[in-house]
Design a protein around this ligand. Structure first.
Ligand code: NAD
Length: 496
């Protein structure tokens, strides 16, 4: 029996229709049901620390059942005409945009991000449905004649098969559509395992996809408090051919090992530690605008977040004080509160971790220009913080901050800036600001990163290949690349 959410909504939020849209049970083979052990997991509102609702806690048996449901639906979905798959995905886009405000409120509620960020995420997330509805009919093969002249080489791209999709809590909608849309467009069936912190958006999207005409078993959703064993069991099921994971590098490494046992194809979107380089010849205001987006979108809880600012000595002081002034002026509060620009972090652990890193840097000589004191009270707040003179071996510079803290370091030469930027095991994205385009392009070439923002603080676009090098991941999402991650090239040698 299907079950709609019993949510403890903050005042005024009922009008968005969240309770009617959100489910809290697993979706397996077109049936909404509780976990096989009958257990539930609580979901919290990070803005208040209060329990919002509880969701089904999936077991290993549920994970296996979801894989088998996806396997049962695989043949007929792969045989569905690409145009029809595309039309269904386009309907998903239409439905999501027609309920954009409901989704934005829901994302803000369970993730804590400020509403403007949540609204941006909804449009971005929905766009993957539209983009891949268009790509579904453009999975072109290749045909050529071998250099020897003896063989004709025909290559077609077939759906890779049952795909396990694992997503993080920081973009509950976009990280799921960035995987589900290309998988379905390619003709694959999926099991989505969203983060347990933010499962409600995933459930609401799965319900929307059913409504748009996605057949039973094509999309299955399993939430669990026991991710390691449940995912491991799925990755050892012989029907699973693909793992698409977005999350931390630490968990990514574990899953790559798990996937090795059955040689499962992996796409991994992992952590980042983005450098943001500003040269003396940059337009200060444009650089500050870009820095604010790169640092403060989602309150800094983004893999693309600028993590380390390297600013040339001639502009450094003005840049740091301008950034401190802008970040210090941001209104912080409940993500869904009126006029709020920065919400809480995801949980208390995140607040404690970040504050610990700031305190460590200060104890070793760093200066705080704004922020730097942990919130207290209900909810998981940390203020926007700008900090200078941070030691180069500090966790704030070496690790992914994932919060609203901006360490600013001064450099003198271009070579020094490039060396500092590349001095990381991560390589997701790097930003550079300069009015000298030639210099900017040369620096972009030298960055060890999968993506570069040149005089831009945001690069994410469904039409562009998103992904990292080094320990930031394997593979790309979005663009045409994204659909090929869910396809296998089949070569047939032809003579006639
Ligand atoms: P996480 O790695 O802790 O969790 C990601 C997902 O993996 C969640 O669904 C979680 O439940 C699941 N998981 C955790 N342990 C697991 C295990 N042992 N086996 C199987 N699944 C497991 O990451 P997070 O804290 O949810 O998200 C933040 C991280 O995600 C950051 O490092 C961020 O950079 C990264 N991220 C990367 C991108 C990208 O595109 N490169 C985008 C968003 C977030």
């Amino acid at each position: 029996m299907s079950e709609f959410a019993m949510l403890s909504l903050p005042e005024g939020m009922e009008k968005f229709g969240i309770s009617e849209a959100v489910r809290t049970d697993l979706l397996i083979g077109g049936v909404w049901r509780g976990g096989s052990a009958g257990k539930r997991v609580e979901v919290f509102d990070p803005s208040t620390g209060k329990v919002l609702t509880s969701i089904a806690d999936g077991t290993i048996e549920d994970g296996i059942a979801a894989v088998e449901a996806a396997a049962a639906a695989a043949k007929s979905w792969a045989a569905t005409a690409p145009r029809q798959r595309g039309e269904i995905l386009r309907k998903c886009w239409e439905l999501m945009m027609s309920r954009a405000e409901m989704f934005a409120q829901l994302i803000s509620l369970e993730n804590g991000k400020a509403l403007p960020d949540a609204r941006g995420e909804v449009a971005y997330a929905a766009e993957f449905f539209r983009w891949f509805s268009e790509e579904a009919v453009r999975i072109n093969g290749d045909f050529s004649i071998a250099p020897s002249g003896n063989n004709r080489i025909m290559v077609q791209y077939q759906p890779i098969g049952v795909s396990v999709l694992i997503t993080p809590w920081n973009f509950p909608a976009a990280m799921a559509t960035r995987k589900m849309a290309p998988a379905l467009a390619a003709g694959c069936t999926v099991v989505l395992k969203p983060a347990t912190e933010t499962p409600l958006t995933a459930f609401a999207m799965a319900a929307l996809m059913e409504e748009a005409g996605v057949p039973k078993g094509v999309v299955n959703v399993v939430t669990t408090s026991n991710s390691g064993p449940v995912v491991s069991a799925m990755l050892h099921h012989p029907e699973v051919r693909k793992l698409s994971f977005t999350g931390s590098t630490q968990v990514g490494r574990v899953l790559l090992r798990e996937a090795a046992d059955q040689v499962i194809n992996c796409s991994m979107e992992l952590g980042g530690n983005a450098p943001f380089v500003v040269f003396d010849d940059a337009d200060l205001n444009k650089a500050l605008d870009g820095a604010m987006i790169a640092k403060m979108r989602n309150g800094g809880e983004a893999c693309t977040a600028a993590n380390r600012f390297y600013v040339q000595s001639g502009i450094a002081e003005r840049f740091a004080s301008g950034l401190a002034q802008r970040m210090g002026a941001m209104k912080q509060g409940a993500g869904y509160g009126a006029g709020v620009a920065v919400g809480p972090l995801i949980n208390q652990k995140a607040v404690d971790r970040i504050h610990g890193w700031v305190q460590d840097a200060v104890a070793r000589g760093a200066s705080v220009l704004t922020g730097g004191t942990a919130g207290g009270g209900d909810g998981y707040y940390y203020p926007p913080t700008v900090i200078t003179k941070v030691p180069a071996d500090s966790a704030l510079v070496r690790d992914e901050i994932f919060g609203p803290v901006a360490p600013v370091t001064i450099f003198e030469t271009l070579d020094e800036a490039v060396a500092l930027a590349n001095d990381s095991e991560y390589g997701l994205i790097a930003y550079v600001y300069t009015e000298d385009l030639r210099k900017g392009m040369q620096v972009a070439d030298r960055f060890e990163a999968g993506m570069v923002g040149l005089n831009r603080g945001i690069v994410s676009d469904p039409a562009a290949p998103f992904g990292g090098v080094k320990q930031s991941g394997l593979g790309r999402e979005g663009a045409h690349h994204g659909i090929l991650e869910f396809c296998e090239a089949k070569y047939t040698a032809v003579s006639w």
